[in-house]
Design a protein around this ligand. Structure first.
Ligand code: AMP
Length: 299
């Protein structure tokens, strides 16, 4: 049984940043999110990989204690080619190959269906909706998305968003989704669909959280060298779902704490390529950065 389940992509990324490049790196929204969540809680993953997917990457997830019972194998693995220029806040998608994602059924294994904490990470919003229907009684459902889906499936995305408790989205994508330059308006548009929390990620400037009557701004760690921001958003969100599940508390004040842990993990992730840093660090390193955040925000 997994109390925390994450639906999303597992893929192979080719990434280029001003500081170097990697090819065929293990990536995908569900990968980053589940690795982050697994610092706090046993996490199940629902995704699809191709027959070409490296065995060692499967072993890597298993060794982290991620339950891969929901991972289908079919065709060719999802691939993403991304480029970051000097403004590291925005990834430019050079190529997206959906491959096996086109056949994905998003079937939730029986043993995952009673999970209380569900993260519908970045993937086709119709698959997010299909997956969500199969959970018996989730307590907290969080949804992420990106420009690729806003551009191609906006209507389906808005329908799925309405069923979530929290929506987490990049600033640029929040503006794009509601066709407004104003993030407060975007957040209020999310809340008016039904979710109780709208969390807007602002890359190296932190993240904002809006509820009907509260507003919180989580700082970003002042990183002098960002090596590769890939997975920052997914590891931030994965941390939030993992922390909320571990503490079993979905109050607004606990969501604030979860966001600070998310900022800690996302910033450590951005200091290395791909998943190299998240593989290396321990929960103690995360807690140290969390304490530093407490210190720098005092006034
Ligand atoms: P982020 O946390 O936003 O940096 O997400 C980076 C990850 O998103 C990469 O590892 C990609 O494999 C994955 N990705 C890129 N495009 C898509 C897409 N259209 N749907 C789902 N995942 C994607």
């Amino acid at each position: 049984m997994a109390n925390t389940v994450i639906l999303g992509t597992i893929g192979l990324d080719n990434i280029k940043t001003p500081f170097g490049e990697v090819k065929n790196a293990l990536g995908g929204s569900a990968t980053y999110a589940s690795v982050a969540s697994s610092f706090f809680t046993k996490t199940g993953i629902v995704s699809i990989i191709g027959e070409d997917f490296p065995e060692e990457s499967i072993l890597f997830l298993k060794n982290r204690g991620v339950d891969i019972a929901g991972v289908e194998v079919r065709g060719k693995t999802f691939r993403w080619d991304g480029l970051y220029e000097y403004d590291m806040n925005e990834a430019k998608t050079l190529k997206t190959e959906l491959n096996s994602l086109l056949f994905f059924n998003a079937d939730i294994p029986e043993k995952f269906r009673d999970a209380k904490f569900v993260f519908l990470a970045n993937i086709d919003p119709e698959l997010q909706a299909k997956a969500l229907k199969q959970f018996s009684n989730p307590e907290f459902v969080m949804l992420d998305t990106m420009n690729f889906w806003i551009g191609s499936k906006r209507k389906e995305l808005l329908n799925t968003m309405a069923k979530a408790d929290a929506v987490i989205i990049n600033d640029g994508e929040a503006r794009m989704l509601f066709d407004t330059p104003n993030l407060v308006k975007s957040a209020n548009s999310i809340l008016s669909l039904g979710p109780k929390f709208a969390i807007i990620k602002k890359g190296e400037h932190g993240a904002l959280m809006f509820t009907k009557d509260r507003h919180f701004s989580a700082p970003a760690y002042p990183l002098e060298k960002i090596v590769d921001p890939t997975g920052a958003g997914d590891s931030f969100a994965g941390t939030i779902i993992g922390y909320l599940s571990k503490t079993n508390d979905v109050s607004e004040s606990n969501v604030r704490k979860a966001m600070i842990y998310g900022s800690a993990i996302a910033s450590i992730n951005a200091e290395g390529f791909g998943l190299e840093n998240l593989t290396r660090i321990k929960l103690n390193d995360v807690v140290r950065r969390y304490r530093y955040f407490k210190e720098i925000r005092r006034f």
